[in-house]
Ligand binder design. Structure first.
Ligand code: C5P
Ligand code: C5P
Ligand code: ZN
Length: 462
């Protein structure tokens, strides 16, 4: 019932959009937002509409005003539901459509949002998959079916498959469409990053969640694991990637990893989580970032985090020439920055409080990637305390926090903790239980840490 209502709303919105002849897509700067925007833009272009796109970090008074001044019909993707008040205030609510999965202020006629129909917007539908549901009703029947695969990249980029190791709920409805039009296939495989593009030992070395003792962050250990199983690292002089391994070899490695985890007392859930669904884009070349939804979304993030979301967009729109080349360079640059960031953390050291540990990167790590560095720092840090990282930005101090699945199972909820601690010192924060962020005033770091240490302590005791 709820599904039928939701699809009806999608159909009505497609009709609403099709009545205009010019539209502006406004979307969010991250992998889910880029794919959502690309889907909306392609649906409009294919149907012959004049259209344009703008990216925003968040919708606020200032950019809504600019958008309203633009004067054309607006399609908000991966944002808007939380800013309906502003949209109304600027009088564009009758001249817009919203496809978003963030918690909405209210149910609204021109909005498609899973929450309004009883679905969960953090696991069942992302900005891109919500947008796809409208796109599939624009133009001739079936013209936009192929965009379902791109929307899966968005959902994966939003980590909607991370809790259970597979896409759930309405995302599966879209997944089925992507499979049926042969744009995508689902494989049960190791859910580590870099299966397409990294030498196997590098893939293992760079896996930190779950932490693999003796292997994570340890090149020698990763190589030893493979050679002890009789697996050749190279074939005809080139490094073998995970996708080059035979079924038997993959099984051997997976059992060995499970052995290592069991030996280290990992929970059943952690062990179960290492194998799950991976989403392969069949129209992309094997061995490239675009072939695997997880790697594709990381490529997009590597453009957006450095202010080059337009390049990510071009890749989503099908550019496999210059834009892909630039995106790949940005990804390489991103990896170098991460490795430099890790070295810096090594140099300045991790400071431990009772329940948390932290480092302050000052202006040495970009605020947009300091969270990723924090997560990777678990390779050398205490696994029993969340990592808090600080970096300067134009608004003050950016805070990024990362926990492990194990800490979350023990009661840690970083988004809650950061929100409360940030508000205490005049800042703002949020995110997920395992990964969260905040912005606080410069100079309030110590007060913030003290507050946060207490909150996390309480979460662990409950
Ligand atoms: O920036 P970082 O990767 O650390 O962000 C982790 C999570 O925290 C993201 O989901 C982000 O949306 C959220 N966050 C937030 N408020 C901030 C910064 C980040 O809710 N000020
Ligand atoms: O925008 P927000 O949702 O964008 O942030 C996503 C970030 O949160 C990712 O960069 C990732 O580092 C972190 N994260 C994670 N594990 C999860 C969920 C989020 O590391 N299960
Ligand atoms: Zn999103």
């Amino acid at each position: 019932m709820a599904l039928r209502d939701l699809l009806n709303r999608a159909k009505e919105l497609a009709k609403h959009i099709s009545e205009v002849d010019e539209a502006l897509v406004v979307t969010h700067i991250d992998a889910d937002g880029i794919t959502a925007g690309a889907i909306a833009l392609q649906a409009l272009e294919r149907a012959g509409f004049e259209s344009d796109i703008v990216f925003v970090k968040q919708l606020d008074e200032e950019n809504i005003e600019k958008i309203a001044d633009h004067g054309s019909f607006v399609w908000f993707t991966d944002l808007g539901s939380g800013q309906l008040d502003l949209i109304k205030k600027h009088g564009i609510h009758s001249q817009c459509a919203i496809s978003d999965h963030h918690v909405p202020l209210e149910n609204f006629q021109f909005q498609l949002n899973p929450h309004d129909f009883g679905f969960d917007g953090s696991t069942e539908l992302s900005g891109a998959t919500t947008t796809y549901l409208i796109a599939r009703y624009i133009g001739f029947v079936g013209t936009n079916l192929d965009l379902s695969a791109l929307s899966v990249v968005g959902a994966v980029g939003d980590l909607q498959d991370s809790r259970t190791g597979r896409l759930e709920g309405l995302n599966r409805f879209i997944l089925k469409e992507a499979v049926s039009c042969k744009a995508l296939t689902v494989e049960r495989d190791l859910r580590f990053f870099g299966k397409q593009t990294r030498p196997v030992y590098k893939m293992l070395e760079y896996t930190f969640d779950p932490y693999l003792p003796g292997i994570s962050g340890n090149e020698k250990g990763a190589i030893e694991l493979l050679t002890s199983l009789g697996i050749d690292l190279k074939e005809n002089g080139t490094w073998r990637h995970w996708i080059h391994l035979s079924r038997e070899e993959k099984k051997l490695v997976i059992s060995e990893i499970i052995k290592v985890l069991v030996g280290n007392g990992a929970s059943v859930r952690t062990i179960e989580r290492i194998v799950g669904e991976t989403y392969i884009l069949l129209n992309e070349e094997e061995g490239t970032e675009l072939r695997d939804a997880m790697e594709f979304s990381t490529l997009l993030n590597a453009t957006a985090r450095y202010g080059y979301e337009e390049i990510g967009l071009k890749v989503c729109m099908g550019d496999r020439g210059d834009a892909l080349k630039e995106a790949t360079m940005l990804l390489r640059n991103h990896r170098r920055n991460l490795s430099d960031g890790l070295k810096l953390v090594d140099e300045i050291g991790m400071n431990e409080l009772e329940n948390i540990q932290y480092f302050h990167a000052g202006n040495m790590i970009l605020d947009t990637i300091v969270g990723i560095v924090a997560g990777m720092s678990f390779s050398k840090a205490n696994l029993n305390k969340p990592i808090i990282a600080f970096a300067e930005n134009e608004d003050g101090i950016k805070v990024s926090a990362r926990a492990t699945q194990r800490l979350v199972e023990k009661g840690v909820h970083l988004a809650e903790a950061l929100r409360i601690a940030a508000e205490k010192v005049g800042g703002k924060g949020g995110g997920h239980s395992i990964a969260a962020g905040a912005t606080i005033p410069k100079g309030s770091e110590d007060a913030f840490l003290k507050e946060l240490d207490g909150i996390i302590g309480a979460q662990l005791r409950n």
